[in-house]
Design a protein around this ligand. Sequence first.
Ligand code: HAM
Length: 456
Amino acid sequence: MIQKQKGCNDIYGREAKIWKYVDTVIDALMEKYNYSYIRTPIIEATELFHRGVGETTDIVTKESYDFQDKGGRDITLRPEGTAGVVRSYIENKMYGDPNQPVKVYYNGTMYRYERPQSGRDRELTQFGMEVLGSDDPLSDAEVISLAVNVYKMLGLKEIKVNINSLGDNESRTKYREALVEYFKPHIKDFCEDCQERYEKNPLRILDCKVDAENDVLKNAPKTIDYLNNESRDRFEKVQEYLEIMQIDYEINPNIVRGLDYYNHTVFEIEAKVEGFGSNNVLGGGGRYNGLVSQLGGPETPCVGFACGLGRLVMALELEKVKMPIIDDIDLFLMYVNDDEKKYAVYLAQELRLAGFIVDTEYTGRGLKGQFKQADRFNAKFTCVLNSEDLDNNEVKIKNNKTKEEEIISLDVLIYYLDEQLNTMDNEEDACGCGHCHDEDHECTGECGGDCHCHHE
Ligand code: HAM
């Protein structure tokens, strides 16, 4: 049997419905913040990530899916979305658009050749957002708040926002010097990669996975102590805006991020729910003011964020968040003989086009098997088509919950179903918000006490 590749996932059934639901919430929220959707290619020139993400990052040195295409070009499967968006911003001269900043979001597959484990895949899906062309600390705060709001809108409660600042170039240079000085007597005890990082980019020693538990590493100098006044003021402004937006956060001086393009604000959002395991960073991002110019565009201040959807779905499941996933159908059409089958085909077509969720029989089951199938689909109504009823222009519709049956004229079937399903929905969810009722139709209060059922 041919099996899927290590670190890749087949997503189907109920889980696939959750993924689709997450996508719809993301799309709706991004629209509210006036971000436009962008799709960039999965394959890009290898050089883009070497120059963009950084020569000494794990993503480029160890985790990159590189290959040569048939024309001999060096190609990489994108490990993240920011570099591609920046390439597109430059190539399509979006910087010339008077409508700055350019605010875009994406939702797509990325590839990292990592050691697969829970929350760490080789094929992963990231939803991300980038603001290109604004140096205002408000943009940093807004990106953080937007990221938090995605999680909140989906119903996650147990999250924690960690922020830090790497400062501007001057602060970063001072910090680099301090790191070199600090690691000098110890570096020979670190892994080989770290010894190379020490020479080329000492900041990357801080996200070494091999030496992560080394006390020397844990007690290393913190970026925040090397910020110049301008960088410090800027970081304070970000915090001020976060407070205005009532976003809870903590300053965590250990956040340095694993990609080279950051300066000033960096942040990560952690899942705090029990059982998540060690890969509990739901998403992260920060400011990257130098990347556009580094990749050949004009000086353009930018900030962004990306979130792994696999980890997000895992958090939703672990927090047992109720989601409005459709796991029932409106009507299951049953038949025995060929004429009835043809009528089922016709009726299914009519009703689906009228907006109902309808299914029927495709494998030759008898009536008993078809009833079982209707139950497996959680059909709200069933209908056994029979030639006699059809001759009278009627059908017998059964409410699958109450087991009550009614004979309905085919002329009014659409109106009948519409009315019945509306009544059913209203009984289940008095406020109509779709979120705040449990399986026994008791209000869970997730609407904040604002629904009709609280006022009755
Ligand atoms: P990142 O921290 O490398 O940042 O990835 C963002 C998120 O993608 C992580 O927090 C995690 O949820 C998810 N992720 C990363 N690698 C894996 C993996 N192997 N398996 C499962 N999930 C994973 C970036 O990619 C930056 N481009 C974010 C950004 C956007 N910065 C500015 N703009």
